[in-house]
Design a protein around this ligand. Structure first.
Ligand SMILES: [Cu+2]
Length: 207
């Protein structure tokens, strides 16, 4: 009787473990629309960057940055969040040049999603950028690859390589890790079940 209830409890645990990996399969947050758009070439400098995502944003965990070609942060407001949309207002006028918009938001399941894309300001009436940086000089070695990945996927999979401790890609590894963890958990539970059942049997036969 005791064995049966313990077994039932463990069966419930196993079932729960089997169900847990299904949760991360829910879609991660991803960038749906951006203004300025990815790779846009603007003849007038934008004053805001607006990013619309798939899922609602948590204002506490929403970061939107604008950097110039020299990877210096352009001063902006904090992101104003409205549902799934985040907007930053750029403090000063942007000179001509290429800019990178970086973002980091959180998915419904709590996993961070980050990415980046570029746009170019080419105002025929504006002066040249004050500090021209060689566009071919890679300041961060793996940036081009992740930028390319971001460009091809809609950017939710591209991790900033320099983000401290962040996973480098968001979609693949965590699910694999979770699956691996679930399998390991199942093995442990299976071991416990065997142990408990065997012990109960021994008790019955010995005494
Ligand atoms: Cu997730």
């Amino acid at each position: 009787m005791r064995t049966r209830s313990v077994t039932a409890l463990l069966a419930a645990v196993v079932t729960a473990l089997l169900l847990v990996p299904a949760t991360p399969a829910a879609a991660h947050n991803s960038l749906q629309e951006a203004t300025p758009a990815r790779d846009a070439r603007l003849t007038a400098a934008p004053t805001q960057v607006t990013l619309r995502f798939l899922q609602r944003l948590n204002p506490s965990y929403t970061t939107i940055t604008v950097s110039d070609a020299g990877q210096r942060k352009v001063p902006t407001s904090a992101p104003a969040v409205d549902g799934a949309t985040g907007t930053v207002t750029i403090d000063g006028p942007l000179g001509n040049g290429t800019y990178t918009v970086g973002y980091r938001v959180v998915s419904r399941d709590g996993h961070p999603v980050q990415g980046s894309y570029r746009f170019t300001v080419a105002d025929p009436a504006a002066p040249a950028p004050s500090a021209p940086a060689s566009p071919s000089a890679p300041a961060s070695p793996s940036a081009p690859a992740s930028a390319a990945a971001a460009a091809s996927t809609g950017a939710d999979a591209a991790g900033e390589p320099d983000a401290s401790g962040a996973r480098s890609g968001d979609d693949g590894p965590p699910v694999a890790l979770l699956a691996g963890g679930a399998v390991a958990g199942l093995l442990v539970v299976a071991g416990i079940v065997l142990l408990v059942v065997r012990r109960a049997r021994d008790r019955r036969t010995d005494h």
